[in-house]
Design a protein around this ligand. Sequence first.
Ligand code: FAD
Length: 470
Amino acid sequence: MAPQTLVEGPTVASREAIDQFSMALRGDLITPGDTGYDDIRALYNGMIDKYPALIARCQDVADVIATVNFARDNAVPLAIRGGGHHGAGLSSVDDGLMLDLSLMKGIRVDPIARTVRVEAGCLQSEVDHATHAFGLATPTGTVGSTGIAGLTLGGGIGHLSRKHGLTSDNLLAADVVLADGSLVTATADEYPDLFWALRGGGGNFGVVTSFLFRLHHVDTIIGGPMLWPLDQAQDVMRWYRDFIADAPEEINGFFAFLTIPPVPLFPEALHLQKMCGVVWCSTGSLEAANDILAPIRAQIPPLVDAVQPMPFPALQSAFDALIPAGLQWYWKADFVRDLPDEAIAKHIEHAHKMPPFQSTTHFYPINGAVHRTGRNEAAFSYRDVTWAQVIVGIDADPANAAAITNWAKAYWEAVHPHSAGGAYVNMMMEEGQERVRAAYRDNYDRLTQVKRQYDPANLFRINQNIKPAK
Ligand SMILES: Cc1cc2nc3c(=O)[nH]c(=O)nc-3n(C[C@H](O)[C@H](O)[C@H](O)COP(=O)(O)OP(=O)(O)OC[C@H]3O[C@@H](n4cnc5c(N)ncnc54)[C@H](O)[C@@H]3O)c2cc1C
């Protein structure tokens, strides 16, 4: 039977195949023109606007299997959506099928075994909420609205990285629907190659329907920002560079250039001032954190010091309201081993040109516990560096899209020579195959072998794509 046009959209499959697919789903199959289509297809990055021909709102694993089988059998381009946060909009596809996991929200904490089972549609804040009730947490990122699925599969860097490793270092098992429609559970012992690849290799190998994570005792933390005027940035960066290299693992601090948002949280005199800062998170006692931070408070007293005891989820979601979904985003990343004075000077030069007021630069530490896993022990390769650096142009107004993009690109060009070479796949735009290869270094060839074994036809290709080995 010849393919027919679906509604008024593009031709993706025969009407009969689509009807059968729809009937096989417990969740809804959404098409252009359906109520809610525009809300459901919307991505976190407002700069990217894609129009899928079909959206399968999966309710369970059976729905995921039906969706994978339909896409494969009808050669329909397939995108997988977890939280929809990827900067490059890699969870959607024009004229194809979006497999939407956002309704799969189950979370089960086992406080005795200290594990949490998380379905793939959960956001970071939902996981924090569930585990905090038991005084437990698993390491995730720094913004509550981030999807747990994409975060984990790319690596997962955040406030607990130095103490407990990446999100993917705390993954114990993953349920995965493979390209042939079968479901497997990957662990260090079962499907070990697949498990190795899932720990940083992105969504290349199948649709993960749920994750099992290790939990740690993390309850009240000592956290929050310290801020300094930009004209003190050179001294602060030098101090921070030396401090974080061998700071106690219980403390994490990511360095930032930022513009103070015009909100009551900050003193009015500082509104729209460009500043630098460190956002701290210490899992030890208040006394221990004060001892660790005493030197910086004495040497370069911060203008704002909001470091205080707080429930861990409060820090995890502290910045969510400042960056709601739908803003324009353009980011450029690199891993960084050292910060010589020459690099610091370039950073400060471009921080002065930072467009107001959400654009920012972050240096996320990935030393400490992250270094205890070898660079070939999981797909995430850059474990011999100090930071994941990201330069982010952000603005609410689409008219400023070019300005934030140009700022991020020029800044990145200036500091890239000081980088370790590759970047974190979760903080890259679509930058071509060489950049994907650079992200994985000597793990790339093994990833292509695992890809050939589990997805030889590259069904899962709307991602930071790893091509199957020939
Ligand atoms: C505001 C903001 C803050 C961030 N902060 C941090 C941070 O602190 N630390 C950090 O490490 N990262 C951070 N990130 C980056 C974040 O990790 C990535 O954007 C990540 O991809 C988000 O996952 P998601 O599920 O929301 O994304 P999506 O856009 O839904 O998916 C991202 C990729 O993963 C694939 N994918 C999603 N779910 C699945 C699945 N179940 N199975 C297979 N493939 C899947 C998608 O196809 C896509 O290629 C941040 C991003 C934003 C926008």
